[in-house]
Structures are given as C-alpha cells and as structure tokens.
Ligand binder design. Structure first.
Ligand code: NAD
Length: 446
C-alpha cells in the first residue's frame, strides 16, 4: 500500500515514520523546502524521543520518502493523510485554509480511487468541505474518480508521540463507507495488536471526539489550577488535596497537577475553536469559556508571585528560568507559559537568563536576543535573585542545591510545577514558593 502524508510537522512526521515502520511505503510532503531538504539529509525538524532512529531506519530501507511535490506523490497513492496545521483564526475558529489547499491539490492530481483522511484537528463539518473541494477540482478536470473522505483524529502527545502512535490507547476513525473502513483497519490493525480498540464511528462524531478529548483534559488542568489558587487563600496544600482526590478512581491521578497553565499547539487553540463552534450554534460552552479564562490567568501566576515577593521592584533584578518548552521532552514553544512569564519580567525591567535541555533553539525564534541563553542549568541561575522553574524536565529534579545556593545572589525559588518539597527547600536555606501551597507549609508531613 502506498500512503501520502501531507504536512510533515509533529503529527505528519510521526505518522509517516511510524506507518513506514510497519512496512508501508510512505511519502511525507511539506511545502517547507528547507524542512524537506533537511529530512532528506537525515536532519529532523523537531525533537521527539525515538523518532530519529525510526526515520533513519525506514529512509535507509527505502520505505520513507520526503518531498515537496504533492502532485507527483498523490498520483499512485491509495491513502492521503492530511496532517497540516489548523491554527486559530482571529475569532478563535480553526483556520482550514491549509486543509482545503491539500484537498484541492488531491482533486487536481488523483488518478484513481483514493481515501482522503483528515488527521489534522478540524471542526465538525470539515470532512464535508474536503469532499466538496476534491469534487470541485475533479469536475474542473472532467474526471469522475471515486474517493472517500474519512476522519482520523490524532491523539499523540508531544514528548511521547512515537510510543503513542505505535501503541495507541485507541484509534478513532470516522467513515462513510465500508471501503474506507476496511482500508483504515488494514492500515491500523498492526498498531492494535495490544488489544486496544479501533473505534469506528460516523465522521462528525470522530471530528468532535478530538475536541471533546482535548477540552476534557484542559478542563482537568484549569479546574486543578483554580483549586490550587483557592488552597493558597484558605491555607490548604494542593499537593495533599491532589492526592486526596486522585485516589478516587472516578477522578484518577492523571492530569490533576496544578502548574502554570496549559500551553502547546493543541489545548489553547482547540479549546478556543470548540467554544467558537458552539457559539456558531448559539450554544455557549460556559464551562470551557471558564477553562480558557482560568488558563490565561494561570500563565501569569508565577509573575504575580515574583512581583509580590520583590514588592513590585523588579527593575535590574536577575531571574534564572529553568525550562522553556510547554512541557518536558519536546522543543515545542507554541503558546508556552514560559513566554508569558519572560515577557512580563522583561517588561518590568528584569534580566532573564534561561536554560532548557532541548528548546533553546526554538526559544531563540520567539524571544530573540532579549534574554541570555545559558549553557546549563547552573549558569542560568548564576547571580540570580531568584530561580523560576517553569518546565519540569527530569534533569531539574535533583540538582546540586548547595551549588545553586552558592551561585545565586539570593536563594529564592519559584517552583511552577511543585516538583520540590517546601520543607526541604526551607531546610536548605531557600525561600520557596510553589503553586497552591503557602510559603512555609510542609508538603509532606509524614
Ligand atoms: P506543524 O505546524 O508542526 O506541522 C504542519 C506542517 O504542515 C508544517 O510543516 C507546514 O509547513 C505544513 N503545511 C502547511 N500547509 C501545507 C500544504 N498545503 N501542503 C503541505 N504541507 C503543508 O503542526 P502539527 O503540530 O503537526 O499539527 C498538525 C495538525 O495536527 C493540527 O491540526 C493539530 O491541531 C493536530 N494535532 C497536533 C498534535 C500535536 O501534538 N502537535 C496532536 C494531535 C493533533
């Protein structure tokens, strides 16, 4: 079977590489020539654990190809995956221009039956628009090739994308015909030998499932951040509260960690897009609007704590930031909470020194030369008035506290992910601030 994946970003590259890993012939297409040239030289555009080895192995075996020429690749493909970006438009709705460009290219170049499968996150009704765009292009050519459209939302997590793709919790496919269902089962059966399900449904339900999943996860995060902020006010410790509620199987332990707000390329835009879709149907999604608003505020929470501690006088103060990417194990800086914090510190006249194990290059694209990029974690906190942990990379978990204490101008820690223990930090002589815990409150009495 020959597959074309259009859009070679976080989703498209992982999809193409992992499909080739099970023996399928894949061409990954992108309009970004530099990206494709680099991939042809074995240079990956993103950091994703385990991806480089899969790309290298399958490129060498001749099963994985990279090209800018969609027209050529589509001609003898059986399945085309659309994995291009769907960024937010000005009103928060998903911008479908790239998805529909691909549909047009497919219609202009297909040469026989094709299944056109949307993997990008798109609002309900998009498959119908893709279908219409292909149909229109075919009519302009006076051709009548059969084709199916299908929805196959992607649930991979950046930082664990390869693992998620190869061993998914579930695969969702939305189809209109038996033919498309059979094709997608053929493609995906090798990935569910672990017994996890392929959930086959109608297309609107599949499209909605992706948004509902991200909206639910974002809701858990904002809910917990709201509770964390209240914990601080009433003198409770959110770490204890989290354990207390997470042990209830109906709630579960995952995704209830308070922090500095969710970021990345998916939750913020998908929450906004779903709110927008609902508004189009005159149904205000009240819970999700609150989730969005809480998150916007939560991204400012570290700055507020810093501002309060230094009594509003941040001019000339030096801050060492640990972690820039929106979460560990990725270099993705899109909508990262670190950006909001850094901009606010700079605005207040502070100096900012940053360190991230992987995202430094990406950070340069967004932040330029306004900040100092440190060689390592210790250099980032040298002579700092405070260290601020924003992203909980594993290498920050057990640092050399004595060296840190000796390197800083004043021993103050703002821990945006609650990865350290307040009592331990105080014993080591630090002024410690977490999220949802009062300064001086023990994290762990036992
Ligand atoms: P990305 O920005 O990393 O990659 C998109 C790629 O598409 C870019 O390389 C861009 O150059 C290319 N592109 C744009 N228009 C094109 C065209 N006409 N032809 C060929 N290539 C084109 O985006 P991403 O993070 O991979 O996300 C892609 C989609 O998948 C989005 O809808 C996103 O919401 C969804 N999604 C993302 C994730 C994630 O974790 N990143 C997870 C699940 C779903």
């Amino acid at each position: 079977m020959k597959i074309v994946v259009v859009g070679t970003g976080y989703v498209g590259l992982v999809t193409g590489a992992c499909l080739s890993e099970v023996g399928i012939d894949v061409v990954c297409i992108d309009v970004n020539e530099e990206k494709i040239n680099n991939l042809n030289k074995g240079i990956l555009p993103i950091y994703e654990p385990g991806l480089d080895a899969i790309v290298e192995r399958n490129s060498k075996k001749g099963r994985l190809h990279f090209s800018t020429r969609a027209e050529e690749a589509i001609v003898d493909a059986q399945v085309v995956f659309i994995a291009v970006g769907t960024p937010p438009g000005e009103d928060g709705s998903a911008d479908l221009q790239y998805v529909l460009q691909v549909a047009d290219t497919v219609g202009k170049n297909m040469n026989g039956y094709l299944a056109v499968v949307t993997k990008s996150t798109v609002p309900v009704g998009t498959a119908a628009k893709v279908k219409a765009a292909i149909q229109k292009a075919l009519e302009q050519r006076n051709e009548t090739f059969e084709f199916d459209v299908a929805s196959n939302p992607e649930f991979l997590k950046e930082g664990a994308a390869v693992e998620d793709f190869l061993k998914p919790d579930r695969i969702v496919i939305g189809v209109e015909t038996k033919r498309a269902k059979t094709l997608l089962h053929q493609l995906y059966d090798p990935f569910v030998l672990n017994g996890h399900p392929i959930l086959c449904m109608d297309i609107p339900s599949a499209e909605m499932t992706k948004y509902a999943a991200n909206a639910m996860l974002a809701t858990k995060i904002s809910f917990m951040n709201d509770i964390a902020n209240l914990c601080e006010l009433v003198g409770a410790n959110v770490n204890e509260v989290r354990n207390g509620i997470g042990s209830d199987l109906r709630i579960g332990k995952r995704f209830i960690y308070p922090g500095v707000g969710y970021g990345g390329s998916c939750f913020p835009k998908d929450v906004k897009a779903l709110i927008r879709t609902a508004a189009e149907y005159n149904y205000p999604l009240r819970i999700l609007s609150a989730v969005d608003a809480v998150n916007d505020d939560q991204k400012k929470v570290l700055f507020k704590k810093i501002h309060t501690f230094f009594k509003g006088s941040l001019k000339g103060k030096r801050f060492g930031i640990w972690g820039l990417s929106f979460k560990p194990n990725t270099d993705d800086m899109r909508d990262a909470p670190s950006l909001v914090l850094i901009e606010a510190l700079l605005e207040a006249g502070a100096y900012v020194q940053v360190y991230d194990p992987i995202a430094m290059e990406e950070a340069r694209h967004s932040l330029g030369y306004k900040i100092t990029y440190a060689y390592d974690a210790i250099s980032a906190i040298k002579n700092a008035d405070a260290m601020v942990l924003v992203t909980e990379w594993p290498e920050f978990r057990l640092p050399d506290w004595q060296l840190i204490h000796d390197s800083m101008r004043s021993p103050v820690i703002f821990d945006g992910r609650n990865i350290y223990h307040a009592d331990e930090m105080q014993e080591r002589g630090f002024n410690y601030f977490g999220i949802g815990i009062q300064n001086g409150l023990n994290n762990n009495i036992n």
